[in-house]
Design a protein around this ligand. Sequence first.
Ligand SMILES: Cc1cc2nc3c(=O)[nH]c(=O)nc-3n(C[C@H](O)[C@H](O)[C@H](O)COP(=O)(O)O)c2cc1C
Length: 390
Amino acid sequence: MRYLTSGESHGPQLTTIIEGLPAGMPLLDSDINHALARRQKGHGRGRRMQIEKDTVQITGGVRHGYTLGSPVGLVVQNDDWKHWTKIMGQGPLEQEELDEVKRKISRPRPGHADLNGALKYGHRDMRNVLERSSARETTVRVAAGAVAKKLLSLLGIEVVGHVVEIGGIVSNKREYNSLEELRDITEESPVRCLDAEAAQKMMDAIDDAKKNGDSIGGIVEVVVEGMPPGVGSYVHYDRKLDAKLASAIISINAFKGVEFGIGFEAAKKPGSQVHDEIAWNDKEGYYRKTNRLGGFEGGMTSGMPIVVRGVMKPIPTLYKPLESVDIETKEPFTASIERSDSCAVPAAAVVAEHAIAWELATAILDQFYADRFEALKASVEEQRSFARDF
Ligand SMILES: Cc1cc2nc3c(=O)[nH]c(=O)nc-3n(C[C@H](O)[C@H](O)[C@H](O)COP(=O)(O)O)c2cc1C
């Protein structure tokens, strides 16, 4: 399964085409719209989230509520497009119209793709870079991920993203009775955090950052339950599923690090406190007594919950300006900006959840029979019972 996305931040629409879904899988636009709404929530988001209420239109590949096996087209219109038709229009402009388009950008923002993108593609108006490098694109990544999440869910695999740290404030509540409980509690939290006390402090920290014209980052965690063991492979580097998940996380705008299970803590601990002992019982078959490795050994799922965390840097657009250089005059300047969010970590948790869902669904479709959904389901179930009885 694969997908491409197209669309600029202030263009008419974002588009994605998913190719490789099995036929006969139930899919409704509401499955995707729910995910898009979740991405737009979160304490610390700015004006754009109020302007746009993202909704998807399914433009191909689905009939009467079921996938056809043909490519699935998804479109999310930009509600604000009417204000951008001149600046972002596709047709050529007359000189006087060009002069009218005042929003030409010659001042690269530190921490953004602006300067590197201009140097790569030769754009002297860096709007040509920022329109595409913007995290607006994560809207359609979430849309594609929502389709993947639906597939996983129908196979008994659940994926939940939540926030474990913002601006140095750490969630102290890491235990939960079920994934459903984790999902329900964090869904109600304005910062997607399980620990209500820490959540309040996180919101205060976001408000402080905003007051100071600054921004803060954090850490998100994605937990997955229900993956059958043995998905991915140890036989070749590019078949290792943990590596694919790591790449998916790092490819999200502003993500700078990734870890599984106890992650970087493993550097400080002896092996006896890192590796998970193997046990067996009648009901579950093989399991691990602990899950410090976060669901992976040898690039394959162990059948234990997958626990993957990603670290997001603070948003680079700041009211407190950082120094840069104007590419027209070569003079230094300190950027002044119109508006920006002070923290997007809660939204990023939703993006990470969907990026992980996408990779897992792709791995499932790679490994199991994937033309008819019911046959796929039987094939995944067969692997589960094979592993149980092995
Ligand atoms: C959900 C989400 C929302 C974001 N919102 C903003 C924003 O409002 N302002 C901003 O400057 N950066 C924002 N970013 C981060 C930038 O898109 C990102 O830092 C930039 O494109 C440079 O890429 P890099 O940080 O991965 O190197 C956001 C990222 C995510 C995941």
